[in-house]
Design a protein around this ligand. Structure first.
Ligand code: CMP
Length: 132
């Protein structure tokens, strides 16, 4: 069994989509191991996205991610990292395949409703970031 991290972003919590997203995860066979709701400080959002240091969208991303509650969720499943990336679709919802979560509910490339770890290595780092 593999673990990965998903974050429900402020655009989705604002639109009352937490239950919908969790339902999609459970229907796809993911087990919820841990979850909570929190409001990220700009400093914590900046630290989480440190890998994007220097990118033109970072300041706006930090402002967005600290604009409302987020829901980090620790998930478990066989092939969890790759399967979750497939379930959510591309970063830009305009490029996300039909039937993916982002194609269905994301607003734009920044307010794209969910984040998912992109490798088992980053999943371990991101899980430790939120759940110790
Ligand atoms: P996420 O999967 O959380 O990883 C980094 C985030 O940065 C991404 O989702 C988007 O929310 C945001 N992002 C990535 N590329 C862009 C971009 N070109 N313009 C604005 N935001 C972006």
């Amino acid at each position: 069994m593999e673990k990965t991290l998903l974050i429900i972003k402020p655009d989705a919590t604002r639109r009352n989509l937490i239950g919908h997203i969790i339902s999609r995860l459970e229907k796809a066979g993911f087990e919820i191991v841990e979850m909570r709701m929190e409001r990220l400080t700009p400093a914590k959002a900046q630290k989480f996205y440190a890998v994007h240091e220097g990118k033109p969208f970072l300041d706006s991303l930090v402002e967005f991610m600290s604009s409302g509650p987020v829901v980090p969720i620790l998930l478990r499943k066989q092939n969890a990292v790759a399967d979750l990336r497939t379930l959510i679709g591309a970063t830009d919802p305009a490029k996300a395949p039909c039937g993916t979560l982002r194609q269905e509910i994301a607003l734009n490339i920044q307010e794209n409703s969910v984040h998912a770890s992109d490798s088992p290595e980053n999943a371990a780092v991101e899980i430790a970031f939120f759940f110790g």
